[in-house]
Design a protein around this ligand. Structure first.
Ligand code: ATP
Ligand code: MG
Length: 423
């Protein structure tokens, strides 16, 4: 036998038994973004490598070691998108969507990062993200958080996730703080791990969110960015907190939350859960007021977030009594005898025409009554419709209810629309 070809490590198939929960998640997302008046944007999966280098930052995990970058046949350096924000800004600038305008956008689709695959961390994964342009906040920052909160409610996971917020201040305030932080970390240089020693030079703020307990112990006493904010950012942040309090949205201020990407400023936030082990962040975002201009557009304030759908699906699946499993059909059409079998497709079409909301599966491949009934039961349908010579002659169909305690009955073809209310 030929050797099986397997999927790429860290890139998963989504099998029919899993698509039910994915569709449930996606449908709720579409509903909620519509609730808030956001418009969908779809951008290519491949972009110029420069886009990500210039936006995410050269000394970030993503750009340093996680991107799928390759040369195409023209010798251009292309990259499979590792995230959606840069793509959104690129498209917005290119098509004039962000020029002196306000926009509320959302996207959903696959992202690619060459990471070590583990639970909740994959090489192809999916994000839903929302981005708003032209609003200085903090009202819009609050809206971003409310979208998350409404989704958690729809998924029944509100009590499983916690909101953490912080402010990174302005670029200038952050630069000043960096010096204070570096001076502090230098004093503990030899106790830092190799990764943090490297970051101390390249991207010192990232030392703050090191996962290494020894480093965390040192960082506990480090000067806090939130104590070094510029006046306007301070006000922005206290207004944000006030509004969240008014709305009854619970949060904790995590002064070590810095986010891994270069482009953030002021408000940053994460929604985290402790039910998924180390991969506990299901949604992360913040303001990025400098990025639009940095990528060549006219300056525009911006804020957004991205949600990891695999982690969300894992979380939804981990809860009991979630009725989101498989998607069974409603009706299974069986035919008895050659004449009826020849008409099976046409009969199924008549049912679909008359009752368009029903999922109708036609038995294919022949076989006796017993074999067909076994398939009908296996399909999950609540109704089997049986057509034989007699039904054909009378223009009727026989209804056999598979999940309800109802007697077998006969339905005139002209009354097929009434099937909708029977199921
Ligand atoms: P992490 O700290 O877990 O690596 P990140 O800061 O790199 O996350 P972001 O770039 O902010 O993540 O992406 C937003 C969200 O996308 C994350 O909170 C997470 O839910 C999801 N995500 C990021 N990387 C992956 C991945 N490799 N596999 C699955 N989901 C991911
Ligand atoms: Mg990461």
């Amino acid at each position: 036998m030929a050797k099986n070809i397997q999927a790429i490590r860290g890139m998963n198939d989504c099998l029919p038994s899993q698509t039910g929960v994915w569709q449930f998640v996606e449908a709720n997302i579409r509903q909620v973004v519509a609730n808030y008046g956001y418009q969908e944007i779809r951008t290519p999966i491949v972009e110029s490598t420069d886009l990500f280098k210039r936006s995410i930052g050269e000394v970030t995990d993503i750009v340093e070691k996680e991107m799928y970058t390759f040369e195409d046949r023209n010798g251009d350096s292309l990259t499979l998108r590792p995230e959606g924000t840069a793509c959104c800004v690129r498209a917005g600038n290119e098509h004039g969507l962000l020029y002196n305008q306000q926009q509320r956008l959302w996207y959903m689709g696959p992202m690619f990062r060459h990471e070590r695959p583990q639970k909740g961390r994959y090489r192809q994964f999916h994000q839903f993200g929302a981005e708003a342009y032209g609003f200085v906040g903090p009202d819009i920052d609050v809206e971003m958080i409310l979208i998350g909160a409404r989704l958690w409610k729809a998924f029944g996971i509100s009590d499983k996730v916690e909101l953490q917020i912080n402010s990174l201040g302005s670029a200038e305030a952050r630069a000043a703080y960096k010096e204070v932080l570096v001076a502090f970390l230098q004093q503990h240089h030899d106790s830092l791990d190799e990764d943090s020693q490297r970051r101390l030079i390249s991207n010192p703020l990232r030392v703050l969110d090191s996962k290494n307990p020894a480093v965390q112990e040192i960082v506990k006493d480090a000067p806090k960015l939130i104590d070094h904010l510029d006046e306007e950012s301070k006000q922005h942040f206290s207004l944000l907190c006030e509004r969240l309090d008014d709305l009854g949205i619970q949060y904790t201020v995590n002064t070590r939350l810095v986010r891994g990407l270069d482009y953030y400023n002021r408000t940053v936030f994460e929604w985290v859960t402790d039910l998924l082990g180390a991969q506990g962040t299901i949604c992360a975002g913040g303001r990025y007021d400098g990025l639009v201009e940095q990528l060549g557009g006219k300056a525009s304030p911006a804020v957004g977030f991205a949600m990891g759908l695999e982690r969300l699906v894992l979380l939804v699946e981990s809860l009991e009594n979630q009725n989101v499993a498989i998607n069974p059909v409603d009706v299974y059409l069986m035919t008895i005898g050659e004449q009826a079998e020849a008409k099976a497709s046409s009969l199924s079409e008549q049912i679909r025409n008359a009752a368009p909301t029903l999922k109708v599966q036609q038995h294919c491949g022949g076989g006796n009554f017993k074999k067909q009934m076994k398939k009908a039961l296996g399909s999950g349908a609540s109704l089997a419709i049986i057509v034989g010579d007699e039904e054909l002659a009378n223009n009727t169909m026989t209804l056999k209810f598979l999940t309800q305690d109802k007697a077998q009955s006969s339905l005139d073809i002209s009354a097929l629309a009434s099937l909708t209310s029977m199921i």
